[in-house]
Every structure is written in structure tokens, then in C-alpha cells.
Design a protein. Structure first.
Length: 344
């Protein structure tokens, strides 16, 4: 299969939208841009098309897909018993990086939900993708567009690395502005529960829903035999080929810790301020220490970039848990398989 890349440009927009919507309508696989990460999309109502996503990703069959809608008016088509709070959250945060888990309607096939009665719904903040979904006239099921276990993709080039020849097309709308996946909030429980930290911070959610809670499992590794509430959270995730050690500890202390231990053939991810300490090593910057938005935009691409090198091990500074850094540190810890050391 020849994977066609559609670069968004004003004069070609109409042609691209038409082709992209046709791929979805015809049961094909299309990588779509969103503000968080690129998604691997198919018609969420077409079980056969959805199975193609699992196959292309190498994704386990018990890991349900989110559906993407262009605006809140589509919610009632696919969900029932929608609490008023869900509409309030949509008003504040849609389009944007918030996925709500709601009770699904039977029109969503089991291939999409993996047999769950609930469904994750997301309204991405990307005009092109919203228009493709509107034109296709169906919700688009889309996990992050990466091979299962790999770091997610924030550029079309990264998607091509993972899926060239495996999918019909990629809509290239440049680099994702948020960089980490959406925040998943379970609206079927009271108070609503955060199942995955993401591009919308818990602090921001609490401005609208002060009682929202984070599920405690997001801070640690799953226990043996434990069943996560977001099924995908149990799999090894976001991992580059080389093993990763996450170093928790503020600024200089973390950088010093790594400097004392790093070997010649190892790589390092550190804050911009400390890059100069690692001259001669494969080194990547996570952005300035005080800039969580930049950490989020960079984290997946720096992890992926080490797969284009021969490093045998990656040391990375790991931010704290405030604001967007909660999502960034969660992704780094998972990439490290929870191999986290403290420099404090
Ligand atoms: O930002 C995002 O959310 C991206 C973009 C492409 O929209 N999508 C994304 O999808 O991250 P995915 O499949 O990589 O991650 C979705 C997570 C998985 O861990 C899955 O298990 C969980 O959501 N999930 C899906 N349906 C669920 C449900 N009904 N209840 C609980 N968790 C669910
Ligand atoms: Mg994913």
C-alpha cells in the first residue's frame, strides 16, 4: 500500500479534505492531525475499518478506541445518560485536549469499544480534522498514531516512520501544539475521575469541577494482576528502543546526578539550562525547566529521536507533577518502565 501524504496548504485544502473524507467513508485508514498528537483514524461505526487500526498499530484487542467528533452537538448521537456536567465541561474545554468517558449507545460497534458499555469522546482542536469528520459524516475512531508501545507522534514525519506502507494517507498539518495526549476524565462516576493526565491540567479542570479527583493509579506502576480503569494504561508505553532511566530531582541536582553516571555511549534528555554539561553526548533538550508547555511539546519527539541513534541507555530529567508536567512526568516514567531514581 502506498501511503499518501497530504500537506495542508490553502490552495489545496478543498482537494485534501475531499480525499481525506473519502478515505474514512470507504473504510480506509487515515492519520489525522490534532492539537495533542497525531491520530490513526477510521470510521468508528465500521467494525471492519476499526479492526484495521488494531492491525496497523499492533494494538492488543482489549484496548478500546476513543471517538472524535467535530462539536458537542454530536454527543447525543453516540452517548446516553449524559450528565449536565459533561456539557459544562464541553462548553469550557471543547474543542480541546479533554476526553470524556460516557455511557455509549449501541450504534458504536464492539470493535471500537472492545465490548465496554462506555465510550471515550474527544473533540480535537484542529480545524482540518474537524472538517474531515464533518464531511465524512461519521465519528472517527483514533488512537494515537504510533506503533503500539512506541512514543506517540507529534509530526507527520514521525507518523510516516511508523506507518509508511501500512495506511492509506497522512494529513500533514505541521507539529502538534500541545504534544501530549488528551486528559481522560471518567464522567460515569461521581465525582468525575482523571484516568490519564494529559494536555488539559487537573488544576484547570478543577476550576470548573472542583471535586474532580485523580485516580491514584496514575502516579505509580500497576500492581500485579491489577486491572486499570483506562485499559491501555497497563501496557508498556512510549518506550524508545534503548532503556530509559528517569531522574527525579530539581534542576542542577538532577543534571549533576546524570553527569556523574553517564557513559560514553549513553544519551541524555535534560532541561535547556544544562545542555552544555553534556557536550559530546547524544543530548536533547526538554526546554527550559520552568516551561511545562515546552516539555509537553518536546517529550515524544526527543524520546523518538534516540531510535535514530545507537545509544545503549537514555538518562532523562523528570519534571514534577504540577500543571502540564503531571502528563509529561507520567509519559517519562512509563517510557522508563517506572525505573525512576531520585537525585534529591
Ligand atoms: O489526545 C488523544 O487522546 C489522542 C488523539 C489522537 O486524540 N488519542 C489517544 O488515543 O491518545 P489512545 O488510544 O492512544 O489512548 C486512549 C486511552 C487508552 O489508554 C484506552 O485504553 C483508554 O483511552 N480508553 C478508551 N476507551 C475507554 C473507556 N471507555 N474507558 C476507559 N478508558 C478508555
Ligand atoms: Mg496511545
Amino acid at each position: 500500500m502506498n501511503t499518501k501524504v497530504y500537506h495542508i496548504a490553502e490552495d489545496k485544502k478543498e482537494y485534501i479534505l475531499k480525499n481525506a473524507a473519502e478515505i474514512i467513508q470507504n473504510g480506509g485508514l487515515l492519520a489525522i492531525p490534532t492539537e495533542t498528537v497525531y491520530g490513526l483514524g477510521a470510521n468508528a461505526l465500521d467494525g471492519k475499518a476499526v479492526l484495521g487500526i488494531f492491525e496497523a498499530k499492533g494494538r492488543p484487542q482489549d484496548n478500546p478506541l476513543l471517538i472524535h467528533v467535530p462539536d458537542v452537538s454530536w454527543l447525543e448521537r453516540y452517548c446516553e445518560e449524559i450528565p449536565p456536567l459533561a456539557y459544562k465541561l464541553a462548553e469550557f474545554f471543547w474543542p480541546g485536549p479533554l476526553t470524556m468517558i460516557l455511557k455509549g449507545k449501541p450504534c458504536i460497534p464492539k470493535e471500537t469499544t472492545c465490548g465496554l458499555r462506555t465510550i471515550g469522546v474527544r473533540c480535537p482542536d484542529n480545524e482540518v480534522t474537524a472538517e474531515i469528520i464533518r464531511m465524512a459524516g461519521v465519528p472517527v475512531a483514533a488512537p494515537s498514531a504510533n506503533r503500539s508501545g512506541h512514543p506517540s507522534c507529534t509530526t507527520a514525519e514521525a507518523v510516516l516512520e511508523d506507518f509508511s506502507g501500512r495506511i492509506d494517507g497522512i494529513v500533514d498539518d505541521g507539529a502538534c501544539q500541545v504534544g501530549v495526549e488528551s486528559t481522560i476524565l471518567d464522567m460515569t462516576v461521581s465525582p468525575p475521575k482523571l484516568l490519564r493526565p494529559g494536555g488539559l491540567s487537573l488544576e484547570d479542570i478543577r476550576k470548573v469541577v472542583p471535586e474532580a479527583e485523580a485516580d491514584e493509579s496514575i502516579y505509580r506502576q500497576l500492581r500485579k494482576g491489577e486491572k486499570p480503569k483506562a485499559p491501555g494504561m497497563k501496557y508498556r508505553h512510549y518506550a524508545p528502543k534503548a532503556p530509559v532511566t528517569a531522574v527525579f530531582g530539581r534542576g542542577q541536582k538532577g543534571a549533576d546526578y546524570i553527569k556523574e553516571r553517564i557513559k560514553e555511549d549513553e544519551g541524555v534528555i535534560c532541561y535547556e539550562e544544562y545542555l552544555g554539561m553534556f557536550d559530546g553526548y547524544e543530548r536533547r533538550s526538554l526546554g527550559k525547566e520552568g516551561d511545562p508547555g515546552e516539555h509537553a511539546r518536546r517529550v515524544f519527539e526527543v524520546l523518538r529521536s534516540f531510535d535514530r541513534t545507537d545509544v545503549t541507555h537514555i538518562w532523562t530529567q523528570c519534571p514534577g507533577e504540577e500543571g502540564l508536567d503531571l502528563a509529561v512526568s507520567n509519559r517519562i516514567k512509563k517510557a522508563a518502565g517506572f525505573h525512576v531514581v531520585s537525585a534529591e
